[in-house]
Design a protein around this ligand. Structure first.
Ligand code: NAD
Length: 361
């Protein structure tokens, strides 16, 4: 099969980690007989320097014409002081909006080899941590109208509107059910239906949609309880689906439990167009250009791309297995080094090469 990727390295460590993901992609192509064509474009600070804006037309056109987008990271101190309207992050928000990416999938998985990095006691994560948070990305309080600040009764008040249409809830619920179907077949819908009307509608629509997924076990949890359960007994979760604001908080909470930001990939999906795949971390300017970055989050984002955009599950499994193997053999970038005597410290490029070497059918 032939696939066309739009590759957006971005800033800081972006180009280093994306180069390693492309290397692994090339090896998967060789081993499984696919052709991945990568077209590289500018985004973020690099695009501002070259064109004056964070999301050039050419980048957007290439992204729209691709089968999937691979992104590194954007931003850095160089662009912190410039006009807010053209900051690097605007490139990221812009491309998400233009591609209609309404679903954000963030798996938080604790590799057994990295258990020492986990923030929780070993007895709490005894059965492991392997959860995917499916967050709605384009609705809720972040986008609802009316919003603003005004004077009322002689003082300033500010307000936002948490608003969801039935169709928005239904499409993200479908992503939640489909994701659960490909994993442990358990979906937990998180809301605040005891207080919020918008959550009551959320729950009704999720229950309606569940009739199309009899093979997936659906449960509901209030968001305050979900935040507690994630640190009390995280292995109870398989897939969590939730609205924008709750998802923002819970996905960070789930991610940080694993203790290794350099390991966590993400996928943002829309209605049929190209998906966008990126590590959850930023551009790490403190280590950029030093061959110190961990490329595994970006490499694992390729694995998500295989599953969600191309339906290449064997290829995804080959990437996941190669990463696990490298960790098992003791290879570590600086961010995931523990105290173990058998661990071998490697740089970004060597880590990418080690994973690529271990890709097999
Ligand atoms: P960051 O994620 O870039 O870095 C936080 C810490 O984690 C740093 O110490 C960094 O060295 C380390 N780190 C991150 N990724 C790593 C990796 N792959 N390997 C090893 N260590 C890694 O967050 P920050 O420092 O708050 O932000 C830096 C810049 O990145 C800012 O300009 C911010 O706006 C931007 N940012 C971009 C994105 C994105 O592109 N999606 C996300 C978050 C932050």
């Amino acid at each position: 099969m032939k696939y066309k990727l739009c590759v957006l390295p971005g800033d800081g460590i972006g180009p280093e980690i994306v180069a390693q993901a492309e290397r692994v992609l090339g090896k998967v192509g060789e081993v499984f007989g696919h052709e991945f064509t990568c077209e590289t474009h500018l985004i973020g600070g690099a695009a501002i320097d070259a064109t004056g804006g964070p999301l050039p037309e050419a980048t957007l056109a290439a992204a729209k014409a691709s089968d999937a987008v691979l992104l590194g990271a954007v931003g850095g101190p160089k662009w912190d002081a410039i006009d807010k309207a053209v900051r690097p992050e605007k490139g990221l928000l812009g491309i998400r909006k233009e591609l209609g990416l309404f679903a954000n999938l963030r798996p938080a998985r604790l590799f057994p080899e990295l258990a020492a990095s986990c923030c929780l006691r070993p007895d709490i994560v005894g059965q492991g941590l392997d959860v995917v948070v499916v967050r709605e990305l384009t609705g809720g309080a972040y986008f609802g109208q009316p919003r603003g600040e005004e004077m009322r009764g002689g003082e300033r008040v500010a307000f936002n509107t948490m608003l969801y249409a039935e169709s928005e809830i239904r499409r993200i619920a479908k992503v939640g059910f489909e994701t659960a179907r490909k994993r442990g077949k358990k979906l937990c819908s998180v809301d605040k239906a005891n207080v919020l009307e918008v959550s009551q509608l959320w729950r009704e629509v999720v229950v309606e949609e569940s009739k199309n997924y009899p093979d997936v076990e659906l449960s509901h949890m209030y968001v305050d309880n979900a935040a507690m359960q994630l640190v009390r007994a995280p292995s109870q979760f398989d897939v969590i689906v939730t609205e924008n604001l709750f998802g923002d908080i819970l996905s960070d909470e789930a991610a940080i439990i694993t203790g290794s930001i350099g390991m966590l990939p993400s996928a943002s999906l829309g209605a049929g167009g190209p998906g966008l795949y990126e590590p959850i971390h930023g551009s790490a300017p403190d280590i950029a250009g030093k061959d110190l970055a961990n490329p595994l989050a970006t490499i694992l984002s390729i694995s998500m791309m295989f599953v969600h955009s191309f339906g290449l599950t064997d290829e995804a499994a080959a990437v996941d297995k190669a990463v696990a193997e490298v960790l098992r053999e003791g290879f570590r970038t600086g961010d995931i080094m523990g105290a173990g005597k058998t661990e071998k410290r490697v740089g970004c490029a060597e880590m990418g090469g080690l994973v690529a070497e271990r890709i097999r059918r």
